[in-house]
Design a protein around this ligand. Sequence first.
Ligand SMILES: [Ca+2]
Length: 475
Amino acid sequence: ILTNRSGPFAECHWHESPAPYYESCVYDLCRYGPGNRMLCAAVESYDEMCAFHGVEAAKWRQGLRCDVTCPANTYFDFCGPPCPASCVSLNSSTQCTKPCVAGCFCREGYVLDAGRCVPVSQCGCTLDGRYHRLGEEVILTDTCRRKCSCRQPAQPMRCQDHACGALETCKVVDGVRGCYPVKFGTLWVFGHPHYHIFDGLDFDSKGTCKYTLSKYCGPPGNLPDFTVKVENEHRGSITASWTRLVELDLYGERIAVAVGQYGQVQVNGSLVNLPLVLASGKLYAYYSGSSVIIQTESGLSVSYDWSHYVTITIPEIYSGLVCGLGGDFNGDQSDDFRMPNGSVAPDHVSFVNSWKDVDSPFHCTAVGPQTECNKGAKNKYRVQSYCGIITHMEGPFQRCSNLTHAQMFMESCVHDLCATKGSHKTLCNTLRSYAVHCQSHGITIQPWRQLAGCGKPLISGAPSLMVTHKFLTVF
Ligand SMILES: [Ca+2]
């Protein structure tokens, strides 16, 4: 284009010889490769000299693609590599037999990475066709048994065996497989009796039958098969019932905890003192506060205070695989009244009755209207000297009042006092279960018994066991 006598610079040849520009252009292109950056620069310098002589050359940039602007770290080439190197394939150009193509190409030392040109040192790795950034770690297989990391640019990933921790579960969150902390679901039963079940639903029931509170309903053999049953009884009034027995079947053992047997549990029918270890350490029971906690290797735990306060905590691996009064723990409240026959009960009364055990006491099903007291009586029980102590901002439970369940305990307390015509024992029982509930959430409460007229703690200096088992959870 510089020496062509009918080209855009022909008129300039009379003022300035193109020969030296031509020679240096050829030299540059030989030296630095066929990209158009050198070509454009060489032609530009002759163009500038022509302009100095007052000669305006015809348009030449477009023909040489010198008007093309390439993205960062790239240059234009009329005849560039048809299979440019990329982070995924650094040596792709060596095996490529296609003809060269025009376009923008990465500068030397840079390669393509997701459409951009990056220094080779910033490349990641590929594994099974998927690209991973430098330093990235991936966890593979359904059980998170393998961990691979990208440590060197454009190298295969380094892999090693991996396992999730004891309180972790292998799952996919936001498309990323990994070991995540196990989440637990808790249900609790208290008062006469109020149920707060795994998916957050609350209901009351006053039958005195034996009921399946929660049991494993998934495919046999996948997870430890457990059943927790509770039996209720009337105390003082036939309008209210309380949990008198909690029964856990697991690993071929039956642990039953009954009201009045404080400090002891029944193991396969025999009364045994706490603490105890069963099923080769897979099952153990110990004191915590004034309750017994039966903890299992699988993460399931059941607690009862030998009075009326029952909790079951299960790890999320049981999600959707349990049934009973506690529901299925699938995160959806709408299907929680599912009966043993698989259909959803129209109301909580038929739901509760459907989970009645065959060996329930005769005439145990709740009948008659729900006891309600008038507004005046309810207000009476809401004051500080009764249930109001639960939510009182300067009372012994003040630190616990931020718990969302404080109001629920308060209303249940009022309800139970209504049902038992203001029984002081009911009040003390309710406050005690609330105290246990607060403490199980790690909240310190102030002495409350004397204030509420409930006497001294049931047992002071109760034997306790420091348990440092890896599956122990505090709920
Ligand atoms: Ca549910």
